[in-house]
Design a protein around this ligand. Structure first.
Ligand SMILES: [Zn+2]
Length: 94
């Protein structure tokens, strides 16, 4: 019988092959969801989706995107946002 903590579905079930054509059920942590843009919901590239314990081992450049609002807003949305802000500030000066 499997350990009680593996009965919950927070672990996914993986059938693994054992020597001599046997099989064994193993349990693995589910992968976290991918980083998405806060405005359009598009997937953000260049950010690894791993558990926090594995993310800590990586370099910061692999965990985030090096730009303002990196890994939070996608490049297209950020471009639009910056243009909007620049245009608004121009009107406020006059
Ligand atoms: Zn976006």
């Amino acid at each position: 019988m499997a350990d009680a903590r593996f009965k919950s579905r927070s672990f996914r079930r993986v059938a693994k092959r054992t020597p001599k054509f046997g099989s064994k059920m193993t349990f693995e942590r589910r992968k976290p969801r991918k980083a998405v843009c806060a405005i359009c919901g598009k997937e953000i590239h260049g950010v690894k989706n791993l558990l926090p314990k594995d993310l800590r081992k990586l370099a910061k450049s692999q965990r985030t995107v090096a730009r303002p609002y990196g890994a939070y807003i996608c490049s297209e949305c950020l471009r639009k946002l910056m243009k909007e802000k620049a245009r608004l500030s121009k009107y406020n000066k006059q």
